[in-house]
Design a protein around this ligand. Sequence first.
Ligand code: DCP
Ligand code: MG
Length: 388
Amino acid sequence: HPIKKDSKIRYNHRYACMRHSPLLCPNQGLVERLAILRRHRELEGLDMQALSYERAISVIKAFPHHIIADNIHEVSDLPHIGQKIRSKIQEFIQHGDISECKNVLSETRYRSSVDFTAIYGVGPVTARKLYSSGLRTINDLEKHYEVSPQTNDDIANNLSQGYRLVSSTTGLPQLSIKVGLALREELSLQIPRSEVEEIHDVVMNELAHIRSGCVSTITGGYRRGKAESNDIDIVVSHKDLKCGGDQVKGLCAKLVKRLYDQGLVTHVMHMSSFREHDTLRTTHWDSLEKALAVFILPSHGKEQKHVHRRLDLIFAAPEVYWTAVVGWTGSKMFERDLRLWAKQEKGMKFGSSGISRLHDSKLYFPKSEREVFELLDLEWIHPTLRNA
Ligand code: DCP
Ligand code: MG
């Protein structure tokens, strides 16, 4: 994807949505080391520091040359590279490693937190709570959760949703910490592209039994070209542009129920409904339904044994379909800067469920992905170059 002559896209742009970010960059080793420090800050709850690292990493991902002593001054001039991170980069160039990484990797607290947050449903805050209550290993967690789920007051109170196996709102089994623990090995396995496609086909085939004329795009890391994904993200809508969302409304719950009845969906982590937060609004703002679920393809004998996979289904009214596709293609940093760019540079609000103008809340309904970029006065960036 060569950059056009008159293009404003450049690797040292302040916004990730104005840079080309390939899946792999010439400084992958450095990126991976810095990612350990970012993760450490995140797990410690140092969110601003974690964000600084994330921004720096993202800028390095777009830098097209191998960083060596001769061009380090160029790196120092890049946006979002402050004094602290510059010295880490310098250390990496001189010694091929960053000493703090070694220290962090040997910390029990870091290692436990990494293990705990690998369980679906456990974020940094929960991981810290588990750690402060004396738990250190997955084995500790397994014992803890199996032994006395009802009686251990502190954790049971703090993490009460972790024990609720059936959701009161959906009536379907919810993914709890306990389930996350039980499925952790399967859910930690990466999903090859072929299986992502197979799951998408199965899901859309089931959806066709409920409603004809639906359209869909597999988004997330798959769309950015990743060979393997952690989950499957599918944005669904309807081809009837004039239906005002009527063809889509309520579909999410219906589909999840059907998939559950077929044994294809085994757990539902979260299900949100149409205009959940603003029922009084008549606009299409926030008109997304979504389900975060666990899916498994039927196994045929021993030779074709499938495992549980994380599946995110997002339903958008036709007017906001392409907005949702852009919003769910990622990467997270690309999305973050899309929102920031829209707000700070263009006086617009960008979100997966809608684009509006800040001063008068006028809504925009782009009819293609390219139109989303045009509306935000951005140059087109191919999904495989959005790995910021
Ligand atoms: N996203 C979002 N808001 C959310 C969740 C996700 O805008 N609440 C966007 C940014 C992500 C994309 O959707 O890039 C998909 O999220 P994932 O967590 O599935 O991440 P990826 O698909 O990029 O990678 P992978 O699933 O392989 O880990
Ligand atoms: Mg994903």
